[in-house]
Every structure is written in C-alpha cells, then in structure tokens.
Design a protein around this ligand. Structure first.
Ligand SMILES: NC(=O)c1ccc[n+]([C@@H]2O[C@H](COP(=O)([O-])OP(=O)(O)OC[C@H]3O[C@@H](n4cnc5c(N)ncnc54)[C@H](O)[C@@H]3O)[C@@H](O)[C@H]2O)c1
Length: 426
C-alpha cells in the first residue's frame, strides 16, 4: 500500500476502472499527452479486448490489469487516484470502497440514480481526507467559464432569468437513449439525470444561489412502436420500405453519414461503441445482430425524448431548461437576461453575444478547444491533478454536484406527478 502521497513533482498515479468511451476514450489519453502529470498504473474492465488495449497503451504488467473493478478494489491502494467510469448504477459502490482504501476519486456522473446513495457518498466523503470530483465537465469549459465571469462582473446587470436548451442531436438520441446503454431508466438513469445533470449543475453554478423549487414535464412521444411508419422493419439491415428517407437508419448513422459514419470518421464515436473492432465490416456485422441495428421504433427504450424544467432559485431568479432529442446537432444554447442587458451563447459558435441596453452588440470570443465536451474532458484532468498537487482548487465540490442531482430528482418527481411544483430540499 502506498503511504503518504507526494504529488508535487511526480506524476500523479491513477487506476482506471471502466475502460469504455469515458475511462479509456476521454480521460486516459491525458496520461499520454502529459506524462509529467499523470501515470496510469492499474486498470480494470470486464472486456478482455479493452484491458489488452489499455495494457499495451500504458505499458502495464499483467499484475496491474484486472478483470473487474471488484478485483482491483480488493487490493490495497494501487495508486494515488482512481477514475471510476463504469455504468451509472455502480458508481457509489466503487466510490465508497475507494474512499475506504484512501484513493482520491474522479467519479463519472451521474453519481447515482438513487438519492439516498448520493447522500451516503457525500457523508462518507466528508472528513475522509480524499478529494472526490464528479465529472461535470461543462464547468471546465471556456464557454461556461466565460459566461460565469461575465455574469459575476455584472456585464448584464443583475441576473433575472435564464433560458437554456440542450439539443441532444437526433443521432445521439437514437444511439444512446433509444438503442444504447441509457435507453432505460431501470438499467441506468432517467434521461434528465443522465444527460442533463450537467445543465442543472451549470445553471446552479452561473446563478450562484441555491435552487429552491422546480417543476417539470416530459414524455417519450416519438421513439415508440405506435409511431413506426407503416411497414417499417424491426431491424435496419432487413429489407425496409422506409429506409431511404429514415435519418435514424443505422447504416447511415454508423457507416455512411458524412458527420457520424465510420466510413468518414473511422474509429470514432459513435461507431466505436457498436464494435470494439472498428473496421466497417465488423461494424456492419454488429449492426446485423446487435442492439444498434434495431429500428428506433422497435426498441425496449423508456426514457423521455423531450423534457422541460422550470427552476426557481433563491433571490427571485428563475430558469427554464429544455432537453430535446430533436435537434440536428448535439449542442447547447443559453440566453441570460439581466437588468442591464442580455447574453446569448451557442456551444457551436466561436463567440458569445453580449447585448447591453446602452450599447451595440459585442462579440465575446471563446477560447478554441480540441478535447471533448468543449474542452471540458481535458481541463477537468488538468484541474483535478492541480488540486491534488495543492496548486489550485476544483471548480466544483462533491456537495455542489450532489446539489445538482437533487435538482434532477425533484424535477423527476414533478414530471411523474404531472408537473407539480416540488421542493429541491427535503
Ligand atoms: N461526463 C460526461 O460527460 C459523460 C459522458 C458520457 C457518459 N458518462 C458516464 O460515464 C460512465 C461510463 O460511460 P461510457 O460511455 O464510458 O460507457 P461504456 O459502456 O463505454 O464504458 C463502461 C465500461 O465499464 C466496464 N465495466 C462494467 N462493469 C464493470 C466492472 N464491474 N468492472 C470493471 N469494468 C466494468 C464496461 O465493460 C465498459 O468498458 C457512465 O456512468 C456514463 O453515464 C459521462
């Protein structure tokens, strides 16, 4: 077991459990790009091909490669920090064990779809001496950081209300929330907690006051059996009379579409989720018999495809938030209204638009980024490592992350009761 942690000069050592899109795809590459800051010394995953890939990438001995998170966590602490990037319903179990072993933790969101589990982790983390950071990566993006700075310095006067939209993107909706891992609440999380806990977190961050009450409505209205066009086949690769005009056709999304297909973007998301072997032949084979080849109207999904929330913050500030699966792109927009002006941003643009009542529109440039989630995936690693080295503080504590989860739980309670106003606390 490693004793006292000495981070200042040496790279911080990491274990990674869950070597999927997030663990291996989003965070582990930081170790390759910044060997002076991060070294991966142990990994765990259920899938042998993912373990082998990680072992080769990070030069790990077989003794540092585990067949499950349980196996890795059964050992004394193997590294300074641990990344927990398994599926939603396992996070807290592993995080509690990791705390017991003395790891600092970078924990994927959502913390848990169970409110009691979230509160249990918060309690355990208090006084543990470990840092626990939840991957609310939007807090780490230049886009939202610039908005926060502008609001805090009074660029639009006193903030009154916000209108925010998350366009999930029709292909992302179909991929993750109709055919894929997050299609059912009982397997992972409700859509709002899964996809939009980021947005609740960002709204709370920008407003700077607690959210007191919420209301929400939303349904699964389109991606279901009765909406299937007449004669639609159960699987896209079977003869299907509506295939040509269907944007959700798996062959388009995963192979031929110019923005998403493997023929144009080999080895990238979303087609790399369909098959670990990312050759077009292997992807086509996986579409023949796997879940990603299922017609979007004939899956066993139950998460909502659109939802609207109203958030009432202390100080009389309120916000509306819309999650929709029916946008062309996967992007977010936000419009903030203040007593002296308004501010508009779209995560696809290079600038924010500041419109003060007393002057012409001003374009505020957003620093360009290259990593995923508008630069958040890389910046969270930089800030997490800095915080462990005592060189800075994290922009969000576990308390703040759990608070945004409580907002989601209250919205879900409201949605299930037909949109009634619900308190966030208590
Ligand atoms: N922060 C974000 O913006 C963001 C974005 C997408 C997903 N997520 C979250 O990240 C988490 C992982 O998502 P993903 O897209 O990487 O999923 P994924 O399915 O690609 O990866 C999960 C990995 O965990 C492994 N795994 C499952 N059980 C395990 C066990 N017992 N021991 C070891 N490994 C195990 C799986 O084999 C898989 O490789 C999810 O909770 C998801 O909600 C966060």
């Amino acid at each position: 077991m490693i004793g006292l942690k000495v981070y200042e000069m040496n790279p911080v050592t990491f274990s990674v459990i869950g070597l999927g899109s997030r663990g291996l795809g989003a965070y582990a590459p930081y170790a390759t790009a910044h060997p002076d800051q991060m070294r991966i010394v142990a990994v765990a995953d259920l899938v042998p091909a993912r373990r082998q890939k990680a072992a080769a990438q990070f030069g790990l001995d077989p003794g540092a490669v585990f067949g499950s998170a349980e196996e890795l966590l059964a050992r004394p602490r193997l590294s300074d920090a641990i990344i927990i990037a398994t599926q939603d319903r396992t996070h807290v179990t592993y995080a509690l064990k990791a705390l017991e072993l003395g790891y600092d933790i970078l924990l994927e969101k959502p913390v848990s779809p169970d409110k009691d589990e979230c509160l249990r982790l918060l309690e355990a983390a208090k006084g543990s001496g470990s840092t626990v950071a939840v991957c609310h990566v939007l807090r780490y993006t230049p886009f939202y950081r610039t908005i926060k700075e502008l609001v805090d310095r009074g660029a639009i006067g006193r903030l009154m209300n916000i209108d925010a939209v998350e366009g999930v993107g029709y292909f992302h909706m179909a991929h993750s929330f109709v055919r894929g891992n997050w299609r059912r609440e009982d397997l992972t999380s409700p859509m709002l907690l899964q996809k939009s806990c980021h947005d609740m977190d960002i709204l709370r961050f920008i407003v700077g006051h607690p959210c007191e009450s919420v209301s929400s409505t939303g349904t699964l209205s389109f991606f279901k059996e009765e909406m299937a066009p007449e004669g639609a086949a159960g699987r896209c690769l079977a003869p299907c009379p509506v295939k040509d005009g269907c944007p959700f056709d798996c062959e388009k999304i995963y192979l031929t579409n110019e923005s998403t297909g493997a023929l144009h973007h080999p080895g990238t998301w979303p087609s790399d989720t369909v098959s670990d072997d990312t050759s077009p032949q292997a992807i086509r084979q996986a579409l023949e018999d796997g879940p990603y080849g299922c017609c979007v109207f004939h899956c066993d999904n139950d998460v909502v495809d659109h939802q609207v929330c109203t958030l009432n913050f202390a100080g009389g500030i309120n916000a509306t938030f819309t999650m929709t699966g029916f946008s062309k792109e996967n992007h977010r927009t936000i419009r903030l209204f203040g007593t002296e002006g308004e501010l508009y941003g779209d995560t696809m643009d290079a600038n924010l638009h500041l419109k003060r009542f007393d002057s012409d529109e001003e374009l505020i440039p957003i620093a360009p980024t290259h990593s995923g989630h508008g630069g958040g995936d890389e910046q969270i690693m930089t800030d997490f490592i800095k915080a462990l080295r005592g060189q800075g503080s994290l922009p969000s504590t576990l308390d703040a992350s759990i608070e945004s989860h409580l907002i989601c739980f209250a919205c879900e309670e409201s949605r299930h009761s037909g949109g009634a106003l619900k308190p966030v606390w208590g």
